[in-house]
Design a protein. Sequence first.
Length: 103
Amino acid sequence: MNDLVNRIAEGKANLLGIDDICQRIGVSRTTFDRWVRNGGGKTGTTTLADMVSGLVGPITDSAANLTEGATSFPPPDIYIGKSPKWEMATFKRWLLANVNEGK
């Protein structure tokens, strides 16, 4: 953790937030939140879907529900305040492990 804090302080860490990641891979916040939960992490925020699903059961999110539980995203590398952040290296490792060439 100290290494990451030092790299952030020195301007050497490239951090991504939830919106950055969702935009880069073209998924909704709901899908991303589910992937993080599948990976054992929490994004630190409660979405409307989380609140409603507690009352009426799971909420589906388009075709992503076809592979429910199959995709997971690693927990944040660090929280700055209550804002989860992932290092670019973490994101790239996940991306390499989860992309399929469409042929």
